[in-house]
Design a protein around this ligand. Sequence first.
Ligand SMILES: [Zn+2]
Length: 123
Amino acid sequence: MVDHPGRPRLRADCLTMVTRRTTTQRGLGWHHQQQREALLARHRDGARCWWCGEPMYRDAVRNLDGESLAADHSHARAHGGTRADRLLHGLCNKSRGDGSRDDRRPALTRRCGGHAGNVLEWS
Ligand SMILES: [Zn+2]
C-alpha cells in the first residue's frame, strides 16, 4: 500500500459524520446501520416478526408499536453476536433484550393476542 503524505485518508469517523446517523448514541455504529439498511431493503411489508408473530412494515405508523423496525442480532450482542441479521418491531427488539427469554417469546406462547411478553399493552 502506497501512502501519499498530505492527502487525507478517508476514515471511519468521517463516514459517520457524512451519514449523520444517531445509532452511535445507542452504542450501535455505522456498520449496524448498514446492516439495518440492507435488511430493510430486503424486507417485504407484512412479513411476520420473529418475536411476536405480527406483521412488520417499513412505515413506522403501520406497526403495532408505532416504531420503526429494529435490526436484531439472532445471536444476541450480550453473547458475542456482532451481525444484525433480521428485523423485529422496535418494541419487540427491546423486549427480547439479551435473548434469555427467547423460548418464551409471544410468537410461541400466543397468550393475550401474542403480546404477553411485551412491556406495553397494544390496543
Ligand atoms: Zn414484533
